[in-house]
Design a protein around this ligand. Structure first.
Ligand code: HEM
Length: 462
């Protein structure tokens, strides 16, 4: 693995360049400086690792030498000590409590809920309507995660939760960008907005938790959290811990999936040949009826579209760890305290693993590519013990939702739509995703039309 440090500012190091254009800068660094790029963010040492082998060592082989990185810990005011951030025995114990809700059989039982919510959504859509598809995806995925994991309708809490989410994302981004982090307790306008947003989310989730406390237990993750007990019979989780896990599952369980679906619609709109092939597959398999879990094996192209979308627009575009001890990674020493950054956005665009990496080619996944790739050449859900607990949930949800939506509507970008990726903790469309809906009553052409010319900023060209 090669290693070279790019020139940086004498005081800020590489912080300003990284902050200005994280996706572009990380990509250029990996291409020009190699698989192992030492960086400095003010006083913080960092290392960008872009080779699957080194990434595997950090996430799996030597994972005990690392903890979650500082940027993720900045999300602690929102996520508390939930699964995404917690470490050590808290993480082990809580993951064991939550894990059964993500077993194969449990996930299979969520499929009808997912289809019902997607059908409800699409039933409201109208031919010729222009709407922000990203907001629609946020809404439907929030409702789905709430019902699947907490056994209740998000209902009227949805608007409150969505407004709060937007503020939380914005607040996280500015805290990430700030070189000095003012304590959230200071009454700055941004901090007040943040606290109001948190109160909004906590209000919605608090209502869900207290309703369950008053009713009978159910076979879902919320009851598992409430009922978890120590060997002496006392509750294993206090109120704060329950709130943190519920907030983490709610936030991590819908924002990423919503982003992935929004980017998928965008990519399909830019590639009418892929859109047409998907529609043909859906028409042949479903013939207009809603999909079910049993249909997914007959919808390989639909699943390939999703994998290819997560390759190019990975919702978790960067994963970070902090070295707890000096540790050798790919033959070189990483000092204690160093932040190791690993970017699916960068690695998924590496031509050593993907031919024509910038092109959206769902069919590339058709001939066993996933099995041929080295581990961690494709890692949208991370890896190792801290990999995404919701990967199976998300993959099924995305396939079912895409099948529901693309069976009934085709989407094109609204005229003048400004599409830009905003890389914060996730990769979301900065200005939303305004699209025009076209009801699919007409038969799908059998000869695919030619590829669209790229019409978005260079780094989003696919
Ligand atoms: C396309 C959708 C999704 C993507 C791309 C995604 C990605 C990821 C990634 C990369 C991680 C690891 C982060 C790290 O190593 O620091 C992660 C962790 C996590 N994800 Fe997801 N995720 C998705 C959907 C979901 C869903 C649907 C849920 C829950 C319903 C979920 C819950 C979690 C939780 C709780 C963790 C922390 C796991 C732990 O450390 O034990 N995610 N996710």
């Amino acid at each position: 693995m090669s290693s070279a440090s790019p020139p940086g500012h004498w005081l800020f190091g590489h912080a300003r360049l990284f902050r200005r254009d994280p996706l572009g800068y990380a990509t250029i660094l990996a291409r020009t400086c190699g698989d192992r790029v030492p960086l400095r963010f003010l006083t913080r040492r960092a290392l960008l690792i872009s080779h699957p082998q080194g990434i595997g060592e950090v996430l799996v082989g030597k994972s005990r030498s690392f903890r979650k990185h500082f940027a993720l810990r900045l999300a602690r005011p929102a996520l508390g000590d939930g699964l995404l951030i917690s470490e050590g025995s808290t993480w082990t114990q809580h993951r064991q409590i939550v894990q059964p809700a993500f077993r194969k059989e449990a996930i299979a039982s969520y499929a009808p809920i997912m289809v019902e919510h997607a059908t409800r959504l699409v039933d409201h859509w109208q031919d010729g309507q222009t709407l922000d598809v990203h907001l629609q995806m946020i809404d439907v995925t929030a409702r789905i995660v709430t019902q699947c994991l907490f056994g209740t309708e998000l209902g009227a809490g949805a608007d409150e939760a969505h407004a709060a989410m937007a503020i939380l994302t914005e607040s996280f981004k500015s805290r990430l960008d700030a070189l000095v982090h003012l304590p959230l307790i200071l009454p700055t306008p941004a901090n007040r907005r943040f606290r109001r947003a948190m109160a909004g989310i906590d209000g919605v989730l608090g209502r869900i938790i207290s309703q369950r406390r008053q009713g009978p237990p159910r076979p879902d993750v919320l009851s598992a959290l409430l009922q978890a007990a120590r060997p002496d019979g006392t509750p294993a989780l206090d109120d704060r811990a329950i709130r943190d896990e519920v907030a983490t599952l709610f936030l991590a369980g819908h924002e990423t999936t919503a982003n992935a679906l929004s980017w998928t619609h965008w990519l399909l709109a830019r590639h009418p040949d892929c859109q047409a092939r998907l529609e043909r597959e859906l028409d042949e398999t479903l013939a207009g009826r809603p999909p079910s879990l049993a249909d997914l094996p007959q919808l390989p192209y639909c699943r390939q579209v999703i994998e290819e979308s997560m390759r190019l627009m990975p919702p978790a575009w960067i994963i970070g760890r902090e070295a707890l001890v000096p540790v050798e990674i790919a033959g070189a020493l990483v000092q204690r305290g160093t932040t190791v950054l690993m970017s699916p956005w960068v690695v998924h665009r590496d031509r050593r693993w993907f031919a024509e990496p910038e092109r959206f080619l769902p069919e590339r996944w058709g001939d066993g590519l996933a099995e041929r790739l080295p581990d961690f050449a494709y890692f949208p859900f991370g890896g190792g013990a801290r990999s995404c607990i919701g990967a199976g949930f998300a993959r099924m949800e995305m396939a079912l939702l895409l099948a529901c939506m693309a069976s009934r509507f085709r989407m094109t970008l609204a005229p003048g739509a400004r599409i830009e990726a905003l890389p914060t903790i996730t990769l979301r469309p900065r200005w939303g995703m305004p699209m025009v809906l076209q009801a699919r009553s007409s038969p799908v052409p059998t000869i695919p039309p030619p590829q669209l010319r790229p019409n978005a900023p260079a780094r989003l060209a696919t």
